[in-house]
Design a protein around this ligand. Sequence first.
Ligand SMILES: Cc1cc2nc3c(=O)[nH]c(=O)nc-3n(C[C@H](O)[C@H](O)[C@H](O)COP(=O)(O)O)c2cc1C
Length: 367
Amino acid sequence: MQTELSKKLGVEHALFGFTPFPAVAAALTRAGGFGVLGAVRYAAGDELKRDLDWMQDHTDGLPYGLDVVMPAKKVEGVTEEQVEAMIPEQHRSYAQEVLERYGVPPLPEGEEGGWRITGWMESVARSQLDVAFDYPVKLLANALGSPPPDVVERAHRHGMLVAALAGSAHHARRHKEAGIDVVVAQGYEAGGHTGEIGSMVLTPEIVEAVDPLPVLAAGGIGTGSQVAAAFALGAQGAWLGSVWLTTTEAELHSRRLTEKLLAAGSGDTVRSRALTGKPARQLRTAWTDAWDDPEGPGPLPMPLQGLLVAEANSRIQHHETEELLGTPVGQIVGSMNSERSVQAVVDDLTRGFERAVRRLDRVAGNG
Ligand SMILES: Cc1cc2nc3c(=O)[nH]c(=O)nc-3n(C[C@H](O)[C@H](O)[C@H](O)COP(=O)(O)O)c2cc1C
């Protein structure tokens, strides 16, 4: 599974993995792929530094990347308190009402509610970058838009490649104009923030739109034959996010959530604004249903919704409330039916890829 891009990055397989867990990113890199650590959950540079130190110690000098979130629409010049004050009372009481309906107790005393606005603020992403530039990060990826020109320039000066996610050919062209080196074409099936175009249509469209830039196909990839399909569509690699969630190295902190993922079918996700205010694919739960309910107040725009539901999500996770427990995940969840190590996932992907290539060879009359 070698492409020009994988050779340039010095990895054995053109398999890229986004993950919020350092143990998964490091294991993928050690397995011959390219682990990309998601930084959005790090509120402060110190925590990121601790985990990048850990990555350094556990990747045997092999390459890895970092993914930051710098939204094209910036959240700047306002404090968290000011944003908090913009949340209508109606939405606050609706969130409480749903939690009460399912009997979700408060967090234990002293425990802080999780994921706040800060991870979406450019100043926070920049402080993360100040830390990251001290490490031999080989690829810097950005979700939700092209990173600002000075960040692209700084990354290039540090010898990093810059990647950006795109859900349409139009977005991909903008990345190219912004001097990005690698475009991740992320289809509708994908977990997390996603657009409306399926990978089968999107990948070749973006390959053509940004030629000769390398494109990674993302969304709906979890088997070797899907990796082969990505290459057939012109991608120089596959970028996987969901499949790592049920690996033994993942730290989901909830056994019930792992079990829900293992049991879920490909139709059990929904593209909903319930989590952040922007459409993001996630497990469909009574919580997403409540926010998508036309009788309810509906979700607020980003970043208000993320702030509104931060504490609720922590409570749901802490108490493992079955009906409400969810996570971003893509349609490929239907194929995630057993817990495997990252190495075992990579072995299955490479073996499945070889089988798919042999099948194609036979179809082409070569085998
Ligand atoms: C739990 C989860 C969190 C994600 N968070 C981010 C993120 O912070 N930044 C980002 O660039 N992509 C994020 N993504 C999207 C992934 O980078 C990737 O493009 C996507 O998962 C690929 O599709 P798949 O889920 O079908 O594998 C996330 C995906 C998942 C499943």
